[in-house]
Each structure stands twice: as structure tokens, then as C-alpha cells.
Design a protein around this ligand. Sequence first.
Ligand SMILES: Cc1cc2nc3c(=O)[nH]c(=O)nc-3n(C[C@H](O)[C@H](O)[C@H](O)COP(=O)(O)O)c2cc1C
Length: 375
Amino acid sequence: MNIDRREFIKTGVVAGTLLTGAGTLITSCSGITRADLPLGHASNEAMAGLDKRHLAILKYASLAPSGHNIQPWLVKIIDANKWVIAADPARRLAAVDPNNREVMLSLGAFAENLSLAAGTFGIKAEMDIIAGSSLDQEIIEITLTESKSENYPLERITQRRTVKHGHLAKEIKKEDVMVLSHHLKGRLFYFPRGTKHAQCIEEGAIENYRIQANKVKAQQEMVKWVRLRDADAKKHRDGLTTASMEIQGFTGWFVRNFSKPEDFLKDNFRRKGVQLTEKLARQGGGWFIITSKGNTVADLIDTGRKFERLALLARERNIAIHPMTQYLEEKQGRQQIADNHDASIVPQFVLRVGYLSKYPDPVSLRRPVEWFVST
Ligand SMILES: Cc1cc2nc3c(=O)[nH]c(=O)nc-3n(C[C@H](O)[C@H](O)[C@H](O)COP(=O)(O)O)c2cc1C
């Protein structure tokens, strides 16, 4: 990493986990997780002229990450070989993401999984951006053509997840940073824990999380996506469960059974969230910042795609990725960045990273294919 890169972030900003709890994970006590709701159903049935390969490709695509696990994707099937990825207007985060920046990044991750999975089934998925604005609904047109099969390990997609706990205080090895930045030439910046810039990011991440924790609209919006009861999680198959928030062990059991999502608005819950974020933000191997050239739809989709490639490679290398997005959502955080950097630096992801002694199984829920596909 050269000096320019190190100079890149001069002051910190924010981010954060939601509320998480202490304690040991008791699997039988974790509430509904992805393993309880297999996604296989759709892939065994014909739908909208799609064959089994198409349905499997869409299933892999849906394993993409998204802020609060809103899963903002809709796929319109024009015909078996022409699809449109759209942003679902009912799945937005208007309070923290008014311009759909994060929705576009999530659709980019979805598109990347789709493209990788299609390749393994001998299908080339050509993508054209058809949106003029990130607030448009129809975003990417996909043309599918038969092609030679690619050899991509799909278990990277099924095993990837966001991991907040257990980041080891070990610097990310140079060779791992090199591999992870492969698809992000000149757009991935690593700040090892303990360096001045990592400390700035850490403080900024905590501070902006705290700012957002005190914003009623942002918290009310988050609460809408909290699924505490198993029945609620099963009904929606999206959003944040105790397992995906990593509220573990007895605390998780208690919250799942005796709390309501609205309790997250109470002062003591918010205070705990800030305390926990502060603790987590100080753990791990440092920070990755991913930048883009600009904020066009094409820039955001491309960055979401490349972020997903990075996350898939990180999974294989036992490296946890924890986005802490409040830094970029809060005006103060964005201002701090703008005040200290050239306008050509456009940060799109603030990621806490660290090696894990054991990479945990994915737990966040996904809607089955037939819920987000329309003809
Ligand atoms: C654009 C974007 C922003 C995100 N921001 C945060 C964040 O601020 N805090 C957090 O804990 N997770 C964040 N996440 C991770 C999501 O919560 C996570 O992807 C989702 O719950 C699904 O879980 P999975 O990644 O384990 O599949 C973000 C993900 C994306 C794609």
C-alpha cells in the first residue's frame, strides 16, 4: 500500500452493527435460520417458461447481501432468455438510503451472483444498464445465451455471509489483500488496525452509528425489517432475525420470545447497540474501503458486483466482512469524507474485516424465487 492510499482517509466516519448480544451460540436456540427454510422448492417446478437451470440461477442470485436484508430485487421475465432486474419500490430504505444508492449496490451483488451461477450452467448473462436514475424501477436488462460452462465454485455463494463477531486482531496478509482487490483495481484500500487512518475510520464508524441510533426515522425504518418471532420470519423470509443480528445464546432466546421489534426504539436497546458497536468496531484486522468513479447507476451496479466478488473470495480465505454503512448514510460522515478528500474519491463501502478461527454457517433468510419473479 503506498502513501497516497494511506492518506486517503484522514478522518473517520461511521457505521455499525445493529444490536447484538453476548454469550455463546446455542444452535438449537437460535430461532429460524436459512437451513430451516430451504430454497429448493421453486427449482423443481416449471415457472414462466423458465427451466430448472434458470430457477437455480435465480436462487443463487438471491443469496446476495442487502442492507437490512431487504432483498430489493424483482425479476421480470420478458421471455426465457430476456430478463429485467428491477428495484422493488416496496423494498426501499427511504430514511437512510433516499437515493437508492445501497439498493443499487445490492442489485449489483445480485447481478454478480446471477452471472457467476449462469456461467456454471453454460449460460452467458449479458447485462445492459437500462436505468437513467437510481430511483428508476427497471435497472438491468439481461440477455441469456448458451455458452461454454465456466468452472466457478458455487459453494462460495451458498456459504458467504456477513460476520460481525469473532474478528481476530491479525493484520490481513498482503497476498490476501492482493487477491481480494483483484476485481477492484485501484478501488480497494486497506487500513490495518492500529494505523492512524484505521483509528480515524473506527472513531467515525462509532460516531456515525451513534448519530443514527438517535434518529427516530432511521430506527423506525430498521424496526420494520426486524423479524423476532419464528412465525414472522417464516412469513416474510427477509429482514433481520436474532441469528442474523448475531444476538446469541440466552440473550437471543430472550429477545426472540419476550421482546417486540418496537423495543429496539427504546433508549436501553439503542444504548446497548451503541456500546456493542463500539466494542466490535475496535476488533479485527482493520478496514477496507471500496470506492467508485462516481455515483451513476452503472458505477453503483459495477461496485456492487465487485464487492460481491470480494466477499466471495473473502469467504474462501476465512476473512469476515462486516459493512458499517452509517458512515456513508449520515450527512456528517459524508461531509467529513468530502472535507478531507479529493472529489474523485467516492467511497461506497466501509467494511470492517478480520480473519476468523471458524467461518460460521449463513443464517439470514431469503425469499424463494417465485416470490420475486414476475412475468
Ligand atoms: C449495501 C449494504 C449495506 C449494508 N450495511 C450494513 C450495516 O451497516 N451494518 C450491518 O451490520 N450489515 C450491513 N450489511 C449486511 C446486511 O445486513 C446483510 O447482507 C444481510 O442481512 C444479509 O445477510 P448475509 O450477508 O449474511 O447474507 C449491508 C449490506 C449491504 C449490501
